[in-house]
Design a protein around this ligand. Structure first.
Ligand code: UDP
Ligand code: MG
Length: 313
């Protein structure tokens, strides 16, 4: 039977963990007793350099319950890297993994459906939020603008899906090949390209502790998401340059008409035209250089270029 690992990144979660341990352990034994997963399935808590008692709690829980495992990172590296550490670590010792935040805002009751979909041959199952009525208006607004912006700039992401998902062993192995330093997991997973499915759930409020994602970190994630996936912002510079050059043509006509029919300061005509023209040329040049830098950037990421799904002979 297939071993499931549940991966939980934790940063200063001492208030939340006692609840999380219990809920996840119960859910795990529920799935085991239903015969959906192997009795060797386990929970993997990744301590992302917490400053509170998070690691002590994980250690204690591990002493009492054999299905609870811990991975302690040497310092705080942030949610995306902590989760990656867990996923990469688990890939060799499980058949599938589910990643979920420690605050259990995502519904653990959909684990059943995720595992069923895995058995039906899906390699990736996305947890997708139905509505966001429990989030504050501010969080909802910023999150929604974020998805829109991301799509506008060309990073394909699943709408209303955060890092709550099931991944099969081979999906984990492929994910492992994305060694990029500028990491945005939500953008990478769709690139893996195996058969995928979605499960829908309502997101709950955080019951204990506070959000570790203040606006500052959210903005950082948004910028990371855009700049690590697309060179579109650079393209817009070129576009801006082209528009300026066209405007300089218009300025030329306007200036010539003024020069002929109105009295203007000497030199004004040539100045106004050159400002627009040169500005446009400069923007195009910067954009062109940017294009090459963008290419270098994508090149140094060293991403796998394809992923084989099946081989028959
Ligand atoms: N987290 C982490 N490292 C960090 C910040 C957060 O591992 O530097 C974890 C945190 O413990 C939680 C998850 O990432 O399990 C998501 O954080 P949070 O729930 O605070 O974010 P929100 O739901 O408010 O976006
Ligand atoms: Mg949360």
């Amino acid at each position: 039977m297939d071993i499931l690992s549940i991966i939980v990144p934790c940063y200063n979660e001492e208030e939340m963990l006692p609840i999380t341990f219990e809920s996840l352990r119960n859910k795990l034994s529920d799935l085991i007793s239903k015969g959906k997963i192997s009795p060797d399935s386990f929970l993997l808590f990744v301590d992302d350099g917490s400053k509170d008692k998070t690691w002590e709690l994980i250690e204690n829980e591990n002493k009492i319950h054999k299905e609870v495992r811990g991975l302690k990172l040497a310092g705080n590296v942030g949610h995306q890297f902590a989760l990656t550490a867990g996923l990469n670590f688990a890939k060799d010792i499980c058949d599938m993994s589910i990643s979920i935040d420690a605050d259990l805002q995502d519904d653990i009751e959909v684990f059943d459906e995720m595992v069923d979909l895995y058995h039906e041959g899906n390699d990736i199952v996305y947890g997708v939020r139905n509505k966001r009525k429990t989030d504050t208006f501010f969080k909802r607004f910023t999150a929604q603008s974020f998805y829109k912006l991301m799509n506008f700039f060309g990073a394909k992401t699943i709408y209303n899906h955060a890092d709550f998902r099931l991944m099969s062993k081979r999906a984990l192995e492929q994910f492992y090949k994305y060694k990029e330093e500028n990491l945005y997991i939500r953008g990478i997973v769709p690139l893996i390209g195996y058969k995928t499915a979605c499960v829908y759930y309502d997101r709950k409020v955080r019951v204990a502790g506070e959000s570790k994602y203040p606006l500052k970190k959210m903005l950082a994630l948004a910028i990371e998401g855009i700049t690590s996936f697309s060179v579109k912002p650079i393209r817009y510079i070129i576009l801006l340059g082209v528009i300026s050059v066209f405007l300089s043509m218009a300025a030329l006509i306007y200036a010539l008409i003024s020069f002929i029919f109105l009295t203007v300061e000497p030199g004004w005509t040539s100045l106004i035209v050159s400002i627009w023209f040169l500005g446009g040329v400069q923007l195009i040049s910067i954009g062109l250089i940017g294009e090459y830098i963008g290419k270098i950037y994508m090149e140094v990421k060293g991403r796998p270029r394809y992923n084989i799904d099946k081989y028959i002979e």
